[in-house]
Ligand binder design. Structure first.
Ligand code: BES
Ligand code: ZN
Ligand code: ZN
Length: 478
């Protein structure tokens, strides 16, 4: 169940409600009882978030002040954070109304933070007795119905992304992930083609087939296409997602608990598919394609091994140094396949390297791009808008030196320094179009909840791509 946001046009202060303001001094006196007023007036009007809760039983009332920040995107984020810290879960509230007295119209972001922060992956737990929040009503003159609709879609897509990523590998494997994609595509009118192993063999996707050798499940390759008649672009935007449904490391097996979160090694795949769902649900006039190579990475008597030399889809050969560097093997085939669509831009999202986690942790995704890419600033701006920030790393030629091989064109692992960049340099060998690579290893898997990002899969990427495509089409939305 996901909470829906609705705009309302009349006021009723007898119901559960939130009064949202930039400053306590801005609250119209008529909204407070005398006692409440006296209490509020005693509080300092400071430049920090303040929250007061009056428990009037039948009418829970929260008064929250979120001061403006220097930049709009920081103010929006302050509202999301304030929304996620609202403690309403134990109050049996099914519906609540936000009265927005802010100068920045923060209520939609506040509601977003409440909803995303309240996400739980609890389908395998005994049922909670608490009532669930079904609706957030917003009273705000300047709020556009269209933005409410897009926010509801964004929240649903993010929940879908988290749900899909959090499912264990016993449920989501290379075949069932494609079935989930098909269901999502059928719902909104995206066309989907799912390549089976035979087709993958005929396309000579050597990287995908090599990684899949140790698996008892066949690989799949999903091609999802959204091409509305009113599309503003002729050449497609292509999103590629790493779909390793479980990464054991293969023969270079992962040790200790480092395998524990590896059911989420398909977070990139979940992000691109759910972003496509959102784009099509919102009927955005943009031609977009998502490509997802899917397999698990396991060891058995047939598994690919260090020392193997693999011929890839674009004809280049790769010497395997370490079977745990499998993501780049499957992405490389998907990227070289993307060239057949003559894309405007390709963005890949992948839980690619531990090095990205060590470099920037969970607060950002690592971004790298090639020279022909013109869209990076726009994507980075979307990263600020939805607060899924990007940090750009260099792609200097020298970083490619460590993946030179004595026996093949390149090898699948460089030296231990700057592993996130040498992984991107590897992918660059398979790219012949404007391209942005996002290593989401740190931002997509969380060991604990923070703000409105929840433990396990954060769902990063869905909102980012949705906002990016929205911005591409912005002036067509009115
Ligand atoms: N899926 C992992 C990367 C990863 C690590 C994602 C931690 C999320 C959290 C990837 O396939 C991998 O195993 N990378 C290795 C490569 C190794 C051979 C050096 C890594 O970066 O540790
Ligand atoms: Zn791996
Ligand atoms: Zn992996």
């Amino acid at each position: 169940m996901i909470t829906e946001i609705k705009k309302i046009y009349s006021t009723d202060f007898s119901v559960h409600h939130i009064i949202l303001t930039d400053s306590f001094s801005n609250i119209p006196k008529s909204q407070l009882s005398e006692k409440e007023s006296v209490y509020i007036n005693k509080l300092d009007v400071e430049d920090e978030v303040k929250s007061v809760h009056f428990n009037n039983f039948e009418q829970q009332k929260f008064i929250i002040s979120v001061p403006k920040k220097d930049k709009d995107f920081l103010t929006d984020e302050a509202f999301r954070k304030a929304g996620s810290s609202l403690k309403f879960q134990s109050l049996s509230i099914e519906e609540i109304t936000i009265y927005d007295f802010t100068s920045s119209n923060g209520s939609l972001f506040f509601a977003e933070g409440m909803i995303l922060g309240n996400y739980k992956f609890d389908k395998y737990k005994g049922k909670d007795k608490e009532k669930q929040l079904t609706h957030i009503f917003i009273y705000c003159d300047n709020l556009r119905e269209k933005d409410v609709e897009l926010m509801n879609i964004s929240n649903q897509a993010t929940f879908k992304c988290r749900d899909l990523s959090n499912e264990p590998q016993s449920v989501i494997d290379s075949v069932s992930i494609a079935k989930v994609f098909k269901e999502m595509c059928d719902e909104t009118g995206i066309t989907i083609e799912i390549f089976n192993k035979k087709k993958i063999e005929s396309l000579k996707f050597g990287g995908i087939l090599a990684v899949n050798k140790g698996s008892i499940n066949e690989p799949t390759f999903s091609v999802m296409k959204w091409k509305p008649e009113n599309a503003i672009n002729k050449k497609p935007y292509i999103f590629v997602g790493k779909g390793v449904v479980f990464d054991t490391g293969g023969l270079n097996v992962k040790t200790g608990n480092s395998m524990l979160d590896m059911k989420i090694d398909m977070a990139g795949a979940a992000a691109v598919a759910t972003a496509m769902w959102a784009i099509s649900k919102a009927k955005l006039p943009v031609y977009a394609i998502a490509l997802v190579p899917a397999t698990d990475n396991r060891s058995n008597g047939n598994a690919y091994a260090p020392g193997d030399i693999i011929k890839m889809h674009n004809g280049k050969t790769v010497e395997i140094i370490n079977t745990d560097a499998e993501g780049r093997m499957i992405l490389a085939d998907a990227l070289s396949y993307a060239s057949k669509f003559e894309p405007e831009l390709v963005i890949d999202l992948a839980t690619l390297t531990g090095s990205a986690v060590r470099a920037i942790g969970k607060y950002a995704s690592a971004a790298m791009k090639n020279e022909s890419c013109q869209h990076y600033d726009l994507l980075s701006k979307s990263g600020e808008n939805v607060y899924e920030r990007l940090v750009e790393f260099p792609m200097w030629d020298e970083y490619g030196d460590s993946i030179k091989s004595d026996f093949a064109d390149i090898k699948n692992l460089g030296d231990s320094d700057a592993g996130l960049i040498s992984a991107a340099k590897f992918l660059e060998h398979f790219v012949s179009f404007p391209w942005i690579h996002l290593d989401i290893a740190g931002s997509s898997i969380l060991s604990s909840k923070y703000d409105y990002s929840t433990k396990g899969a954060s769902g990063v990427g869905t909102r980012l791509l949705f906002d990016f495509v929205k911005k591409l089409t912005e002036n067509k939305l009115d």
